[in-house]
Design a binder for this molecule. Structure first.
Ligand code: KQY
Length: 374
């Protein structure tokens, strides 16, 4: 290790100009960034149950890669005590715990050099339909992490994006939803073509596949990572339901029709693996009573439908860490996913207490790809 730290450089070029690309999640990682849950309008009853689920996720990832857990000063001792010594705990101020969305998106080059991208984060819609009144701490995390990790960082602050809004196959294809990327709270002055070009410049992809929707009532404006995931180039998992009376039925069917009629950046037809959804999951009165409003911002509605989906999983070096909901389809989905990822053992974690916060395992994790120091 160098005795003198190299300062992070803030770059005003783009990854495509410099020969960097976003690798797929199934490419090798050095580690994973997570954030300790604390916020009272996301995590019911003092986040006690959510923290136990976060610990299970972190320890499962730590079986095959390094995990960095960011935490507030107030929660530092508790996080340190609840996590094993395999997990690195770093004090950092955040507004909430969605590492996927505000930690850096990392890109690599052919030599294995790793850089970060610092998108503009506005809590899923800013003044228009954002979920908090202040997201300024979350918006600083990408730069702070690049500084700590000694990675140069691309300044993409003129573009609103969250990590959960994009998936890539590592071979030139990105996957997004129109509902999210074209939402009025993100980049309302940009056309679809301009948004697509921005993704091409920063992710270094040559093809962007747009599906219309994500998961019903997903408060992120329907992030792609809750409905789809790449298993490998040319193969996509898609969350579906058989219930024609469920509004999700036509949303997933429409995505299926788009995907099977598409080719990826390398001209491959796309194979779609259907992953059944659990039965609709609703917030209980007890759970809602455990949430507290912050600065008068609304909490979840009574009996709100939660955006539960099994494809919101994390691909670690050796495992697939996937959600479970106590539903009959837990086992069915697990078996299908295990069959698709034959070289990684699937670990299923009961994640209702993460879901209540508004996302799932993929949303609370951000991978750091393997690479050399700079
Ligand atoms: O990426 C996500 N699914 C985050 C949702 C945030 C919800 C805030 N309560």
């Amino acid at each position: 290790m160098a005795l003198v730290a190299e300062n992070m450089r803030i770059l005003h070029t783009t990854p495509v100009m410099d020969g960097y690309r976003m690798p797929a999640e199934y490419e090798e990682h050095t580690g994973c960034i997570m954030v300790w849950p604390e916020r009272a309008d996301s995590w019911q009853y003092g986040a006690v149950a959510a923290r136990k689920a976060f610990v299970q996720v972190a320890e499962a990832i730590a079986l095959s890669e390094k995990v960095i857990m960011l935490t507030s000063n107030a929660q530092y001792d508790n996080a340190r005590a609840m996590l094993s010594d395999k997990i690195q705990v770093i004090e950092m101020t955040t507004d909430d715990a969605w590492a996927r969305d505000f930690a850096p998106t990392f890109v690599i080059n052919e030599e294995g050099s790793v850089r970060g991208i610092d998108w503009q984060f506005n809590a899923w819609g800013g003044e228009y339909d954002g979920l908090y009144d202040d997201w300024s701490n979350d918006n600083k995390v990408a730069r702070k992490m690049c500084d700590i990790l000694e990675k140069d960082v691309y300044d993409a602050s003129d573009f609103v994006l969250e990590g959960g809004a994009i998936h890539v196959d590592g071979e030139g294809t990105a996957l997004v939803t129109k509902a999210c990327l074209l939402s009025k709270g993100r980049n309302p002055d940009m056309s679809m073509e301009q948004i697509e070009n921005k993704l091409k410049d920063y992710l270094n992809v040559s093809k962007v596949i747009w599906i219309n929707n994500g998961i019903y009532n997903d408060e992120t404006n329907e992030h792609i990572d809750n409905i789809c995931a790449f298993a490998r180039p040319g193969e996509i998992l898609l969350a579906v339901t058989d219930d024609i009376n469920d509004p999700q039925y036509s949303m997933s069917q429409d995505a299926y029709n788009t995907l099977i009629n598409e080719t990826d950046a390398r001209g491959r037809k796309i194979k779609v693996h259907k992953i059944p959804l659990p039965k609709p999951v609703y917030l209980t009165d007890y759970e809602r009573a455990g949430l507290s409003s912050i600065n008068g911002f609304g909490i979840r509605e009574e009996h709100e439908r939660l955006a539960a989906s099994y494809v919101n999983f994390y691909i670690s070096n050796k495992n697939i860490i996937m959600p479970g909901f106590g539903d009959d389809n837990d086992e069915v989905a697990k078996n299908i996913i295990q069959d698709i990822f034959k070289d990684r053992e699937v670990i299923q974690i009961y994640s209702r207490d993460i879901l209540i916060g508004g996302g799932n395992i993929h949303c609370i994790t951000q991978q750091l790809p393997k690479g050399i120091k700079r």
